[in-house]
Design a protein around this ligand. Structure first.
Ligand SMILES: O=P(O)(O)OC[C@H]1O[C@H](OP(=O)(O)OP(=O)(O)O)[C@H](O)[C@@H]1O
Length: 632
């Protein structure tokens, strides 16, 4: 699967429960759904900037009328691009047919995109081809309305090859080995099957062919189709789908790895990857947006009936913590507090590193995501200073002059915006090939705020490959001549590949892995690499559940601090004059800060599904053999 595509993305689904006339009447436009979808996708642009797609379905059309519209783009600003296209088309129709203006029925009949069921997707394709064909939603067309399937997901399966072979065993001949096609064909297979069965049953009951169609829509059991389709999926997913006649669903993986939230009232049913998106776009309070439980699906039938059904037995909840640290927008009420807490929990180690010398230390952050943890960090510095001030005043035994007390009280943490980010892009989720160049040019530095004897503490949310620091930040910071640069990471050391949707690249790309290898070399223990390789090779043919993560044994040779120190060396070089120190969050404190998202496999190597151990095993073999292929 070297050219596989990944889908660390955002999804949005809207079902309008009332006739379109209602929205025209109440909100002034029958394009209400399209407008809301635009906002929902725009507010999730943090989840994907390489592509965007939109699909909609019109309910109850007459045969011969088009009822599915889809538009996808990989333009530079893909969301704007697709809605630009949609708006142009709508405006063209409206200007050519002024009579449509107040006629919702004519609008629905003649203008594409307008519909009652809508699906949106923002995508980042971290490797492989980034062509428009790989952008979701995917479409499986059929002349039978019920068999039309539209799928968009935020997912990554660890066992696409096995799933593909499963399809072939079913007698299918899939046109591609890409994971979205495989997943869609799997659902499609059981959908076809279900439609045929319901149809047969209806015929037996004496209904005519024509009468069957609406009854099939009613009787199709989506939960059952999803149960059969997802039986062997191993991965992280929030999978959204629409059926041609108007049923809609979103299914979440059994460990709750990928996020999904929903809201419903008597006008709409909405599902999105992030909670605040729904809060803002539909103006609803936090408590009314619910999290979709792991292993469950939200199913909205064409009739408007909504149900939440358990599809798969939930596993131990391991929601992805990297969603909280970096991927999701920090505007979520819980995520915001969690990010602050991450900053706070790092402070004891930071104070130790600067010898409590807050007077000669400037605190700053690497934009943008780390800004929130920075606030948390500063609150803790203020607390520390208050304790120091109180002590100084108490030590004065009431004998201090007013000037001295003012002087004591006036000490504040020195905070500055030292690093500036020149573009709005997120570099981590930018396609691999163009990333290095982007990282090297995207940041700039503020001059004149650091004195030669200062420490500079700079917090980032995560250090993955270390390129942001090495190619850009450290060199720029060093030009300001600080005595010491303390790089603080909200996330623990990223040691293992992710295989559930956040692309943490190959093992050897991870700076923590490279640091560990360096240490093995320096300590004459590099033979352990071969030993682990042999162990990995020996378990290639085992069943996933029997595979063990032996890469952990290599990290276990060293303490976290030894690896952090080596990372400090790797991100600086001879040209850097300041002393560089790196401080990482501990896994324990990460769990304290983000108690609902305990998924930590990229930090600990503890994968929540059996397929994870196979992936890390393969990743290590690939590294050892110099094979550049992805492990999943
Ligand atoms: O160690 P590296 O492999 O270089 O990756 C880590 C960097 O990537 C992310 O920045 P990004 O530009 O994606 O996003 P942000 O502006 O939201 O922080 C993250 O915030 C780190 O700064």
């Amino acid at each position: 699967m070297s050219d596989a595509l990944k889908h660390e993305c955002g999804i949005a689904q809207i079902r309008l429960l009332k006739p379109l006339e209602f929205y025209k009447e109440k909100y002034g436009s029958a394009f209400y759904g399209v407008n809301k979808m635009y906002l929902m996708m725009e507010k999730q642009h943090n989840r994907g900037q390489d592509g965007a797609g939109f699909a909609s379905i019109k309910l109850d059309t007459t045969p011969g009328e088009r009822y599915i519209s889809r538009v996808r783009s990989i333009a530079q600003q893909p969301i704007q691009d697709i809605f630009g296209q949609i708006n142009d088309r709508i405006n063209k129709e409206l200007s050519e047919h002024p009579e449509y203006a107040d006629d919702v029925e004519a609008q629905k009949k003649n203008i594409p995109y307008i519909g009652e069921v809508l699906l949106g997707h923002v995508r980042y394709g971290t490797f492989g081809k980034n062509s428009v064909e790989s952008v979701h939603p995917f479409l499986r067309q059929n002349n039978w309305m019920h068999r039309n399937l539209i799928v968009a997901g935020n997912f990554n399966m660890t066992n696409v090859n096995q799933l593909f072979d499963g399809l072939v065993r079913l007698g299918q001949h899939p046109k591609e080995k890409a994971d979205t096609i495989t997943i869609m064909e799997k659902i499609g297979h059981f959908l076809d099957d279900a439609v045929s069965k319901v149809y047969k049953k209806l015929k037996q009951e004496g209904y005519s062919k024509h009468e069957c169609s609406p009854l099939i829509a009613e009787r199709l059991n989506i939960a059952k189709i999803l149960k059969k389709s997802s039986k062997n999926w191993d991965g992280g997913y929030a999978m959204a789908g629409l059926l041609g006649h108007g049923d809609a669903f979103v299914l979440r993986d059994p460990a709750g790895i990928r996020p999904a939230y929903y809201y419903k009232d008597d006008e709409v049913v909405v599902v999105a990857s992030e909670r605040p998106v729904i809060q803002t776009v539909f103006n609803v309070p936090f408590e009314e947006v619910k999290e979709l439980e792991p292993g469950h699906a939200i199913i909205t039938k064409k009739s408007g009936e909504v149900s939440i059904k358990q599809i798969i037995e939930p596993l131990e909840r391991k929601a992805c913590s990297f969603e909280r640290i970096y991927f999701s927008r920090g505007s979520d009420a819980e995520i915001y507090q969690e990010r602050k807490e991450l900053g706070k929990l790092l402070m004891p180690k930071v104070l130790k590193s600067i010898n409590n010398d807050t007077q000669n230390t400037v605190f700053s952050y690497i934009p943008n995501t780390a800004e929130t943890s920075f606030f948390g960090m500063i609150e803790t510095v203020e607390k520390h200073l208050n304790e120091k001030k109180t002590q100084a005043i108490l030590d004065g035994n009431g004998m201090l002059s007013a000037e001295r007390v003012t002087e004591i009280l006036s000490e504040r943490p020195r905070i500055e915006k030292v690093a500036i980010k020149d573009v709005k892009l997120r570099t981590f989720i930018t396609e691999d090939s163009s990333r290095d160049d982007l990282v090297a040019h995207v940041y700039d530095v503020t001059y004149g705020v650091i004195k030669p004897n200062d420490n500079l503490v700079i917090i980032d949310d995560s250090i993955v490959r270390g390129t942001t620091l090495k190619k850009s930040i450290i060199k720029m910071m060093d030009r300001l001549n600080p005595k010491k640069i303390v790089v603080v990471s909200s996330a623990p050391q990223i040691r293992y590949p992710d295989c559930y949707g956040i692309d943490m690249a190959r093992l050897e790309d991870l700076i923590a892995f490279r640091a560990m290898l360096e240490l093995l070399k320096e300590n004459n223990k590099y033979h352990l690499v071969e030993e682990v390789y042999n162990k990995c090779k020996a378990q290639v043919d085992l069943e996933d559940k029997d595979v063990h993560n032996f890469v952990k044994d290599l990290y276990d040779v060293f303490t976290d601090e030894e690896i952090s120190d080596k990372i400090s060396e790797l991100i600086s070089d001879d040209t850097v004059s300041a002393k560089v120190e790196t401080i990482f969050q501990s896994v324990e404190n990460l769990h304290k800060a983000c108690p609902k998202n305990l998924g930590d496999w990229y930090f600990t190597g503890n994968y929540p599904t059996a397929g994870g151990n196979r992936v890390v095993n393969r990743a290590f073999i690939n590294f050892y053999e110099g094979n550049k292929e992805r492990a999943y």
